[in-house]
Structure formats: structure tokens, C-alpha cells
Design a protein around this ligand. Structure first.
Ligand SMILES: [Zn+2]
Length: 358
């Protein structure tokens, strides 16, 4: 090595050593603080996402989770279905920002959902970054993970550990979803001629064995009934009918009641109130609006003990999830649902499903 090169070589080593010593000597800033200052264009995979102004965790207002008094409707609430970046479609906030905002709002837990990849591992990472909130994930069995694929579920549970909670049957790749939205098929079928496929049955056995929560996804009403019936026979304790009143699965009141009688919990998602011809978020004009007043009717008819609440929010144009959740609760109250019924649906039922204290 010649003189100059040698000098540069040793300078580089000295600099690296100095950086290392500084890194171990200086305590790192709180990670929550670090993520709040993440410039949006430096977050990989989210270049198209518009980031809203984040609450500043260093201000007194935001350092403490909201107090457990009645003035904060979100205290202890659980959002069982919410979307964040990175994703293959635009999302208004990323996993860390979503978790931070929910924690700041005093919420108890969130469940990350993504239609193309597992979120259990992301929940592990987000849990390390954002304290004071429980973060869970799962896997949606769409084409990118091989459809009804037990190997993907196995891997998800190993990646996520105690953060891995939910298996959703196919959603946007479900055969029924493609038919309802007039898209070319065929999509993923879980049953043929009124009988569940052997693959689906094998999957249900695995879900039972691993004590995971089964969510029905975007399958047809008939398939929802078939799958709940078989899941109960196989010993799956926790079953959720994904946004039961949305176009997919689009259950009638009687069908919802039947699911509840079989022991399934019915999910109501605030995003459905924002859908329909006046929808702001891209693509949501293709869905029918389900008003909170209609959801309230279903709660009154079937009983709050059979429901959970979620937002299913995350698209630019829609309110941010915590804000949407708050509006959802206000509208349910205005529609005559009692604070006690809301407590059951926003907090007690979802906590029981997730195996956490409410
Ligand atoms: Zn969703």
C-alpha cells in the first residue's frame, strides 16, 4: 500500500472506531422520538404516501397516553383491523406512525392487516418501537402467499411469536370478491359444490392446533356458514366474520344472527360508512355504503356481545384510523347504542379474542 492510500486506510479505520465508541457511549434518543422525525421520503417503500403531520411526542400533551377517564372515548379501545404502509397501494401512515398515534390516543391494541403479506413480523418490530400499546398481526391467505397455504401460516407464527394472532381467509383474491366486483376470475375457492376443500379443512385444523383466530375474509355468505360450522367442529374457539355487513361477505341480518348462534363474532368496520358513490378514498365508490345507523340496528337486533368494532381505515383521503375510530364511537352513541354496549364491542370482546386483559 502506498503512502497516501495507507493514510486513507488508517483514517477510515480510526473514524469507524470513533463512530463505534460514540454509538455505545451515547444513549440513543427514545425511538418514538426518532420515528416521529422520520422524513416521509426516507421511509422505504412508501414514496407515494403522503404523510400527515405527526403528533410531536416530546410535547407534554402527547408524552402521556390519554387518561382513563370518560372524556376519552378511545381509552382502552382495540382496532381489530387497520391498514398501514408499506403496502402495494397507498396508505396514509406507516406501521410505526399508526401505532404511535393509537398509543397517544390511549388505545389498548391494534391489529395490522395487509392483503399481500404477513403483518405478524411487522407487529414484532412496531412493538419494539412503540410502547404502551399491544400490536398484533397475522396473514391474509391471498395469491402472494400461495392462497390456502398452511406453510405460510406456519412461517407467520414463527416470525410473529406472541404477536401472531389472525388468519384471514382470502380477501381481494377470493373467488366471491372477484365476482362481486366484476373482476376476471377465477379466484381462490375454499369450497366446491357446497363442501369445503381438503386444503381448507387442513388449514382449519392447523388454526385450531395453534389457537389462532380465524377471520372469514371476503368469501360468500354460504362459504361463511360452511367454514364456521367446520371450524367449530374442529375446535377453533375464536372466529370473526370480517366486516360482516360489507359487500363481501354481505350477510343479511338473519345470516349474521346464524353466525352469532354458531359462536362467531361479527366485525363492524367504520370504513363501510365512508364507502359508496360519495367515497373519497380511491376505489371505495365501488362498494356500497353501510351507515352506522344500519350497523346500530344490527347490534340492537343481535346483541352487542356478538360484535367487535374496527376501522379498516388507512387510505389517503379517509380520516386517520384513531380519528375515524372516535367518529365511529360518537356515531354509534348518537344512533342509540349505550356506553356499556360500546365498551363490550370496542374493548372486552376484542381483548378476549386476542387473549389480553381488557
Ligand atoms: Zn381491510
Amino acid at each position: 500500500m502506498k503512502g497516501k492510500a495507507k493514510h486513507r486506510y488508517f483514517s477510515a479505520i480510526a473514524l469507524a472506531l470513533l463512530c463505534f465508541l460514540l454509538a455505545i457511549a451515547i444513549p440513543s434518543p427514545p425511538l418514538a422520538l426518532a420515528i416521529a422525525h422520520y422524513p416521509s421520503d426516507e421511509i422505504p417503500g412508501t414514496q407515494n404516501v403522503t404523510f400527515p403531520a405527526l403528533p410531536n411526542p416530546s410535547s407534554a400533551e402527547n408524552t402521556q397516553p390519554s387518561s382513563p377517564n370518560n372524556s376519552n372515548p378511545l381509552f382502552g379501545a382495540i382496532d381489530f383491523h387497520v391498514h398501514s404502509a408499506p403496502d402495494i397501494i397507498n396508505r396514509s401512515i406507516d406501521d410505526f406512525e399508526l401505532a404511535q398515534m393509537a398509543a397517544n390516543a390511549g388505545m389498548k391494541a391494534i391489529v395490522l392487516k395487509n392483503h399481500v403479506t404477513t403483518t405478524a413480523d411487522r407487529a414484532v418490530l412496531a412493538s419494539k418501537i412503540v410502547p404502551n400499546i399491544e400490536i398484533f398481526g397475522g396473514i391474509v391467505l391471498n395469491q402472494p402467499v400461495g392462497g390456502i397455504n398452511p406453510d405460510a401460516v406456519e412461517a407467520m407464527t414463527k416470525l410473529g411469536g406472541d404477536r401472531a394472532k389472525i388468519v384471514w381467509l382470502p380477501t381481494t383474491d377470493a373467488d366471491y370478491h372477484l365476482k362481486v366486483f366484476d373482476k376476471p376470475g377465477p379466484g381462490i375457492k375454499i369450497a366446491e359444490n357446497g363442501t369445503l376443500s381438503p386444503q381448507t379443512e387442513g388449514l382449519l385444523k392447523l388454526i385450531a392446533e395453534k389457537h389462532l383466530i380465524l377471520e372469514t375474509g371476503h368469501i360468500s355468505p354460504t362459504e361463511v356458514m360452511l367454514v364456521i360450522d367446520k371450524a367449530r367442529q374442529l375446535g377453533i374457539e375464536n372466529i370473526v366474520v370480517t366486516h360482516a355487513m360489507a359487500d363481501v361477505p354481505g350477510l343479511s341480518l338473519d345470516q349474521m344472527r346464524h353466525c352469532a348462534e354458531m359462536g362467531a363474532i361479527l366485525e363492524l368496520a367504520f370504513v363501510n360508512e365512508l364507502m359508496g358513490e360519495n367515497a373519497v378514498a380511491a376505489g371505495h365508490d365501488k362498494w356500497h355504503r353501510v351507515s352506522v345507523a344500519e350497523m346500530a340496528q344490527a347490534i340492537r337486533a343481535i346483541g352487542a356481545q356478538h360484535f367487535i368494532l374496527s376501522t379498516d381505515l388507512g387510505r389517503p383521503g379517509d380520516p386517520l384510523p384513531a380519528e375515524g375510530y372516535k367518529r365511529f364511537l360518537e356515531k354509534l352513541l348518537a344512533a342509540g347504542i349505550s356506553p356499556r354496549e360500546i365498551q363490550i364491542m370496542k374493548r372486552e370482546n376484542p381483548a378476549r379474542l386476542l387473549g389480553i386483559k381488557s
